[in-house]
Design a protein around this ligand. Structure first.
Ligand code: AMP
Length: 377
């Protein structure tokens, strides 16, 4: 089934966080009606949407109601019950299907899929028991990273094993849930690529972004990434290979590690717009959210053109107060706030996009504000 939505028709979005909000903003610009399913009253996306069903994602009645009221349903996060998505396929159009999402919900399925595409991934072992942990450490060695197979994000559900001393903690993680032990990839840089594909197989590819993390949480994304054109080409090839094998519909964020010898490892897939693509709102001819809406509404996929080099920097809970003061001194920076009612440490509350002609100078300018060093500028 394929369908082209007309302005005035309705897009239902499962999930009402910042990604849903920015999807909704794109959809509204294109003249669509937008409905949100999210359990939080006044969630970020509900503030800009036409209507909001305030209910849990596991509430089948609520998902059915969303489906009945929507001409197409999409989602802003990957941990939705695949059965629920399948169930609404008979009521409404779910162009992305549920397969990509259920694969990305489970690190083991994701790794097996990635292996099947022929891209490079870190060696890994599945670990279900303490005994299997011993065998895995024997095979993978130190340093390595133990990750829960489900519900991990921003480094949550992860443990770096540097030596035997870390084994005790690893054992307690293994006791709670199924894990994978992954070899540590000694990366020089972390990169990502966003690719968006419609049902006809047309794609919009965004430039490779260079990502800087602090405590496993994305801090800055730089575009263009400071990489050679050969590495750029490799990253693009990997992205296309994955999207084609998946027969992707919608948006896929692909997280990569680049090593000293220019090898590219795939770390993780996210079947949705990605934090490292937020720069595209100001710096590209169309944003990742615009492209996502184009794809799920059955429109053709445009070529994404970079209008300016750019740095995106995240505003976490602990940065909000100082970022507000910064607004008064940086009129050329684009400040985004997601409208979250509650702020807490490490919670993503907004981001700033800075168009620049000089990435190094702007990196220094960001550093000099002191906001992200825990200080006050
Ligand atoms: P993830 O939740 O898998 O995206 O991991 C969060 C962050 O942990 C990544 O962005 C990396 O900085 C780091 N990390 C995860 N896995 C590895 C690995 N195998 N080797 C090196 N660093 C890793």
């Amino acid at each position: 089934m394929s369908k082209v939505l007309k302005p005035g028709e309705t897009i239902g979005i499962i999930g009402g966080g910042q990604l849903g909000r920015m999807m909704a903003q794109s959809a509204k610009r294109m003249g669509f009606m937008v409905g949100i399913l999210d359990p939080v009253e006044n969630c970020p996306a509900a503030q800009v949407a036409d209507w909001h069903i305030c209910a849990d994602y596991t509430n089948l009645k609520a998902i059915n109601e969303l489906a009945k009221k929507s001409d197409v349903v999409t989602f802003e996060f990957e941990n939705i019950d695949a059965k629920a998505l399948k169930a609404i396929k008979d009521i409404t159009f779910v162009p992305q299907g549920s397969e990509t999402m259920s694969m990305s919900q489970d690190r083991i399925k994701e790794k097996h899929f990635l292996e099947s595409t022929g891209v490079l991934i870190a060696p890994f072992s599945i670990v279900k028991t303490k005994k299997e942990l011993d065998v895995a450490i024997e095979k993978i060695g130190y340093p390595s990273v133990l990750k829960t197979t489900r519900f991990g994000y921003d480094g949550k559900g992860q443990l770096v094993l540097k030596s035997e001393a870390d084994k005790k903690e690893a054992e307690s993680l293994v006791c709670n849930t199924v894990c994978v032990l992954e070899a540590w990839v000694p990366f020089e840089k972390e990169l990502s690529v966003m690719i968006v594909r419609n049902q006809k197989g047309e794609t919009t590819l965004f430039p490779v972004s260079e990502n800087i993390h602090i405590h496993n949480i994305l801090h800055e994304s730089l575009v263009p990434a400071r990489i050679s054109s050969a590495v750029n080409d490799k990253a693009v090839k990997v992205a296309k290979q994955i999207a084609d094998t998946l027969q992707l519909v919608g948006t896929l964020g692909i997280e990569l590690f680049l090593t000293k010898d220019d090898k590219i490892y795939v770390n993780e897939l996210a079947p949705r717009p990605h934090n490292s693509g937020h720069y595209s709102i100001e710096a590209m001819s169309l944003s990742q959210f615009d492209a996502h809406i184009q794809a799920v509404t059955g429109l053709p996929m445009p070529k994404a053109r970079l209008l300016s080099p750019v740095i995106m920097v995240n505003i976490l809970g602990q940065h909000v107060k100082n970022s507000l003061a910064l607004r008064e001194r940086k009129p050329d920076w684009s400040f985004h706030y997601y409208g979250k009612d509650e702020s807490s440490t490490d919670r993503k509350m907004g981001h700033i996009t800075i168009l620049t002609d000089d990435l190094e100078k702007t990196l220094k300018e960001i550093e000099d504000t002191n906001i992200w060093n825990g200080g006050i500028s």
